[in-house]
Write a protein that binds this ligand. Structure first.
Ligand code: EPU
Length: 343
């Protein structure tokens, strides 16, 4: 295990912007991970696939890149298949692998970038399903005690793009593996728009292909055009505010969210005619306004400035505050758009 100094993070993050880490290590075993956690540093960041992160500045601490691999299968239960998946496994390759084994269920979550260890952090979701629907447990290494503890889905406190790993366990937990449970009696989930036209009994593979097609049409491939997927969360507002807005914009897409209503941030941004809008090298994606892309030479400052402009424009037009889904890393650890803009 080699400790690299002043290492450029550009190749490890899907936004593809330059930012240097004071120290950087890649770990491929649990033993190496424990050794890495013992390296003296003022702060550290755990890096998976780097597909939901923006390094806004050079990072003054240690970046630990998790490359733990391995999948084990337990088919002994009558009704479910249980999979134990190491944190560094690529999510999409894992989904493909499950389907090739005949383990159906994860097809709606095809082509989501990143690694399995990152999936519980923001409870990844797409096309009507979320990780929490399949999560059996999450194995977590405590960075202080260096012991692994298994968290149940309830303990993970999954919510919309949210979990305990973004809050209470933000600085102390390193996810080492995720348990996935797939029902042997598979049921297609095809309520979401682009999947509703697949006929009566589409196979999991048909759904998988349709999800891949839909994502490829709308979402930029991070290998070609740097991005971190949806930049903002879909905002959740109360019914009174919703009624006031929808009275003026009757065609506005909206979804129930418990007592409240979830709006489509992409639609709000699109209505502000920001698709294709560019600041420096950062651009609002031309096909899906919820995504910010790096046209080639974007700096983190370009992306931050564009995000702020989007947020202010949507606030002015609709009175709705957008919150970023992408996590911001500053010189000394996690930060936010508001803090970065305050300087
Ligand atoms: N819309 C527009 N213009 C746009 C984008 C969207 O009018 O530029 C409208 C669409 O026509 C639709 C509505 O907004 O009526 C919702 O759009 P879409 O179905 O594309 O989904 P989304 O809400 O923008 C969410 C997730 C995506 C996920 C899709 C599909 C969030 C923040 N994003 O996007 O997740 O793939 O649903 O389920 O919840 C990600 O998290 O990185 C991500 C890509």
């Amino acid at each position: 295990m080699q400790i690299l100094k002043n290492h450029n993070l550009k190749p490890y993050t899907s936004f593809g912007v330059n930012a240097y880490a004071a120290q950087f290590v890649t770990v491929t075993t649990l033993t190496q991970l424990k050794l890495a956690l013992a390296i003296p540093t003022p702060q550290r960041v755990i890096l998976g696939g780097g597909s939901n992160l923006l390094f806004c500045a050079d990072f003054a601490g240690l970046v630990i890149r998790i490359c733990l691999t391995g999948i084990s299968v337990n088919e002994s239960a009558d009704d479910t298949v249980s999979l134990h998946v190491a944190a560094g496994e690529n999510w999409h390759e894992f989904v493909q692998w499950t389907l090739a084994q005949g383990y159906d269920g994860l097809e709606n979550l095809a082509l989501i970038p990143g690694v399995i260890g990152a999936a519980p952090v923001q409870n990844i979701g797409a096309y009507g399903v979320e990780l929490k629907d399949f999560c059996d447990y999450v194995d977590v290494l405590d960075s202080e005690t260096l012991t692994v503890r298994r968290y149940t889905p309830e303990e993970c406190q999954f919510g919309y793009r949210d979990s305990i790993f973004k809050h209470e366990l933000k600085d102390s937990a390193v996810i080492t593996a995720v348990g996935i449970k797939l029902a042997k009696a598979w049921v297609a989930k095809i309520n979401y728009g682009p999947l509703a036209n697949l006929g009566k009994n589409p196979s999991a593979l048909t759904i998988f292909k349709q999800v891949c097609l839909t994502r490829q049409q709308k979402l930029p491939d991070p290998n070609k055009l740097g991005n971190a997927g949806s930049f903002f969360k879909n905002p959740i507002i109360n019914k009174a505010r919703f009624n006031a807005i929808v009275a003026k914009h009757p065609s506005m897409p909206h979804y129930p969210a418990g007592e409240n209503i979830k709006l489509a941030a992409g639609w709000l941004i699109d209505q502000c005619e920001l698709k294709g809008y560019q600041l420096g090298g950062a651009q609002v994606h031309t096909e899906q306004a919820l995504v910010i892309v790096n046209t080639g030479l974007a700096t983190a400052a370009d992306i931050v400035a564009l995000a702020k402009h989007i947020q202010t424009t949507v606030q002015t037009r609709f009175g709705v505050e957008l919150h970023h889904e992408v996590r911001f890393m500053g010189q000394h650890g996690e930060t936010s758009l508001a803090e970065v803009c305050r300087g």
